[in-house]
Design a protein around this ligand. Structure first.
Ligand SMILES: *Cc1c(COP(=O)(O)O)cnc(C)c1O
Length: 411
């Protein structure tokens, strides 16, 4: 009952730009969530990877509370105590040289685009306003007007044009197509190492390494959007670590805020960052003391708790168990670490239906692209809880199979 009145209020006064599952959450702790009626759910979604540390991580809450009480926001008109250590840690963790803090993922992507273009003009010597950035089909980099302009998803762009020129789309995972798309005006290749929103799509092994070599050879920046795949999600600190490469620019967000705040960053080299001078770029809230303190602690917790290794171990366990489900409903199980997509054959059931059935059993997840159920719990999830979720998933599939298959046979 209570759930319903809250949902009615959102529907009455909100813009309808989401279609959430019908649950109203009130509290979270670790990998668990409670709704306003007191029902308990296992979070198998972790806010699109923003909650990799779990809800209310004690160390992150302590960092947040201590910093909030001391100093929260001063703008970049002044230096502030926690920012230097946060930037230093970002560089140490990524193996890069300079970091530029922003708030949301999309802002960090915009920052990367600006950096790539300026580098293209000032370092590479591309003629004014001719810079091109190569992106991948099926990409998701956020929701600003520039970013949706180079999306291949009609829903994301319909009615929002005219769009920013200067982007060239090639198929994801196709190295030869990227090679063919490079011109003397190419400033950067901007891709996700593994596509999340597109449905947990893994490129062929070696593609990223090939892109790295190609970009080096052609004097083009390789910029990776690891907003969702970074910070342990795929079983290594970064998805690109699986191929042992270093990008020229790395975009982080989501889990960087420890599940508490929007914190993002563009991290790159001295050479690329040197293209920004005072006045060229900024953000009122970017790198504020509160965000910096929480971001720093979020990076330390990832290391201290070996969350990337945990993701690798538990993710392999999850994937193995899901691959063991023998059902015509499950057409594919894919992903790395605790970043798993289960493709549901739409002839039998919609991924949304699977998510609704999971919810009824106390598990929260969300479909992506109508046919894929994303299973990406907080990296701190307990093994027993994960095993329970896997058993429930199997039960849901069994339930739907017993309902759907006979009706198909009759038809
Ligand atoms: C979520 C996401 C973004 C956008 O982040 P926001 O914080 O929602 O702006 C960009 N790129 C990728 C890969 C993402 O998953």
């Amino acid at each position: 009952m209570e759930n319903q009145s809250h949902m009615d209020l959102e529907l009455r006064f909100g813009a309808k730009n989401y279609s959430p599952l019908p649950v109203v959450l009130a509290r979270g702790e670790g990998a668990w969530l409670w709704d306003v009626e007191g029902n308990k759910y296992l979070d198998m979604m972790s806010a699109y990877s923003a909650v990799s540390h779990g809800h209310g991580h004690p160390r992150l809450l302590a960092a947040l509370e201590a910093q909030a009480a001391k100093l929260a926001v001063v703008s970049r008109a002044f230096h502030a105590e926690p920012l230097g250590p946060f930037l230093e840690k970002l560089c140490e963790v990524t193996g890069l040289e300079r970091a530029l803090p922003m708030n949301t993922g999309a802002e960090a992507v915009e920052t990367a685009i600006k950096a790539a273009r300026r580098w293209g003009y000032r370092v590479k010597g591309i003629p004014k306003d001719k810079a091109e950035i190569i992106v991948a089909d099926g990409n998701f980099h956020g929701r600003t007007t520039t970013i949706v302009g180079f999306s291949s998803e009609e829903d994301y762009k319909d009615g929002f044009g005219p769009f920013t020129p200067g982007f060239v789309t090639v198929p994801f995972g196709d190295l030869e197509a990227a090679r063919a798309a490079i011109t003397p005006n190419t400033a950067a290749v901007l891709v996700e190492p593994l596509q999340g929103e597109a449905g947990i799509i893994e490129p062929p092994t070696g593609w990223l390494k090939g892109l790295r070599d190609l970009c080096t050879e052609q004097n083009v920046l390789l910029i990776l959007d690891e907003i969702q795949t970074g910070l342990g999600r795929t079983g290594k600190m970064f998805a690109h670590s699986h191929e042992g490469i270093t990008p020229d620019g790395l975009i982080l967000g989501k889990a960087l805020g420890g599940g508490l705040l929007p914190v993002s960053a563009f991290v790159s080299s001295h050479e690329v960052m040197a293209t920004f001078g005072p006045g060229s770029h900024g953000s009122t809230f970017g790198g504020n003391p509160l965000a910096a303190a929480v971001g720093l602690e979020a990076l330390k917790v990832l290391e201290d708790e070996n969350l990337a290794e945990r993701s690798a171990r538990l993710g392999a366990r999850l994937k193995r168990a899901l691959q063991g489900i023998n059902s015509p409903l499950v057409s594919d199980v894919r992903g790395k670490g605790l970043f798993v997509g289960v493709a549901i054959d739409p002839r039998y059931a919609a991924a949304r239906t699977v998510c609704e059935r999971l919810m009824a059993r106390g598990i929260l997840s969300k479909e992506t692209h109508e046919t894929v159920v994303r299973l990406a719990p907080p990296l701190i999830i307990e093994e027993d809880d994960l095993d329970w979720a896997t058993r429930e998933f199997r039960a849901v599939i069994g339930e739907l199979e017993s309902e759907c298959v006979p009706s198909e046979a009759q038809a």
